[in-house]
Design a protein around this ligand. Structure first.
Ligand code: UGA
Length: 449
């Protein structure tokens, strides 16, 4: 099928690249002409594992192209994926102006009927507004636009893997023909009948993806409800961690045992510095706003947000307690990205930690495998070290802020010889307190003694 993708951010590029790998002919566009020029020159403007490989293969097969002319992209595809940003407004409400702009462009530029698919995360009932905008701005009253919602459940860092091996594909539609078109788009993935470039065509057997056909409102709600529930799980684990500290229990033991109950599940129960990134904080706010706008009290989500905001303060309390005076101290910050395997620093808890440390007069020495270039632009006063051992050299404390495997596997025997003081404050519970103390470190983490 010929598919158009509008918006070449994380979601749009992964969607475009993976659908091209699945055998479709894809044309991508973006309002950022620079980004399009980079893509046309074969450069990938974002770091996402495997994305460069998939884009290169799609390009070689002639199945992906880029244009800065949105009209060309719109006219070319039978189905159009909208993958533009929906950032939060000051109030927390999602800013849908980019979706509105795209709707108007589609209405004005299309010459044939189109299936318009929302991929961006949007509040429930956006599909209805999209449908209205398409009809209102269309120059040809005979032209029909069908709208569908197909939320993405991709995690940054594993987005390509997630796209090829989804748990569920949710399609919110108004009619059977839209559902049939979306099934056709995803058929190669559902049937695993394409050459998966990640596994050289032989994907390991896994659970079959559920293909769920719902109403548009339900599909939109599924996305916000899923992200908010995961955020809630993390905040729940964080409150359990606080309780463990007061009572004298171990949060890892508690959450592990909880997670063995399949009704609860073990994932997203890691206590620590809390969640960041461009999805959870924003989606949580948008969902709270949506519920309030229809008079539904979603207080548990407000509590989820409140608990998460307190995590930085809880971490800094530990830093103060351990270091006493922060001013003038050499503080090594291990990890800047909002989570491992990404260069994304948007709403990263680590950045808030760095900001507070600098404000207090600490000398911050940071290390992160991917996120240093972006952080440098925000915090030029920090010294940056490719090698984490260099960041630890002469440090009065090591603060672990992101759960990179590189840090999980550090040789602390070696590190302790480099540090001025053997002090670790672990914001991600990466190490065993017993082992670290055995090595001679003063060690603090979340929810453990
Ligand atoms: C999240 C969802 O997991 C995806 O399913 C969704 O598609 C995506 O948002 C989106 O809406 O686009 P992502 O933001 O990439 O994906 O990151 P996650 O892996 O979910 O992690 C979010 C944050 O929670 C990170 O800061 C992570 O460190 C933190 N986290 C995660 C914890 O603090 N504890 C945990 O147990 C798990």
């Amino acid at each position: 099928m010929r598919l158009s993708v509008i918006g070449c951010g994380y979601v749009g590029l992964v969607t475009g690249a993976c659908l091209a790998a699945a055998g479709h002919e894809v044309i991508c566009t973006d309002i950022d002409a620079d980004r399009i020029a980079q893509l046309q020159a074969g450069r990938v403007p974002i770091f996402e594992r495997h994305l460069d490989q998939i884009l290169a293969a799609a390009r070689k097969a002639g199945r992906i192209s880029y244009t800065a002319d949105a009209g060309e992209a719109i006219r070319s595809g039978d189905a159009i994926f909208i993958c533009v940003g929906t950032p939060p407004k000051e109030s927390g409400e999602a800013d849908l102006s980019a979706i509105d702009n795209v709707a108007r462009q589609i209405a004005e530029e299309a010459r044939q009927p189109k299936l318009v698919i929302e991929k961006s995360t949007v509040p429930a009932r956006t599909g209805l507004e999209l449908q209205r905008a398409l009809a209102a701005y269309s120059r040809n009253s005979k032209l029909t636009f069908r709208v569908a919602s197909n939320p993405e459940f991709l995690r940054e860092g594993t987005a390509v893997e997630d796209f090829f091996h989804p748990d569920r594909i949710v399609v919110g539609v108004e009619d059977d023909s839209s559902a049939a078109a979306l099934r056709e788009i995803y058929r190669p993935i559902l049937e695993r009948s394409f050459h998966c470039p990640l596994h050289n065509g032989t994907c390991p057997p896994g659970r079959d993806a559920a293909f769920l056909v719902t109403t548009i409102n339900s599909a939109e709600l599924i996305k916000h409800a899923s992200n908010s529930f995961l955020a809630l799980k993390i905040s729940y684990a964080n409150v359990i961690a606080d309780l463990c500290e007061k009572i004298g229990a171990d949060v890892k033991e508690v959450t592990y045992a909880m997670g063995l109950d399949p009704r609860i599940g073990g994932q997203f129960l890691n206590a620590g510095l809390g969640f960041g990134g461009f999805c959870f904080p924003k989606d949580l706010q948008a969902f709270i706003h949506l519920a309030a706008s229809v008079g539904v009290d979603f207080d548990i989500l407000r509590a989820t947000e409140r608990v998460n905001k307190q995590r930085i303060g809880r971490f800094l309390e530990k830093v103060h307690k351990a270091l006493w005076v922060v001013r003038g101290k050499q503080v090594a910050v291990l990890g800047l990205a909002f989570k491992a395997n990404t260069d994304d620093i948007r709403f990263a808890p680590a950045l808030e930690v760095v900001r507070c440390l600098l404000e207090e007069g600490a000398n911050v020495r940071a290390s992160d495998p991917e996120a240093m270039a972006r952080t440098k632009m925000l915090y030029p006063k920090v010294t940056y070290h490719e090698d984490p051992y260099e960041a630890l050299r002469g440090a009065d404390a090591a603060l672990v802020c992101t759960e990179w495997d590189l840090f999980r596997n550090l040789d602390w025997e070696r590190a302790k010889g480099l540090m001025a003081r053997r002090l670790i404050i672990d914001g991600r519970n990466l190490y065993s307190p017993k082992q670290m103390r055995g090595l001679g470190f003063e060690y603090y983490s979340f929810g453990r003694q």
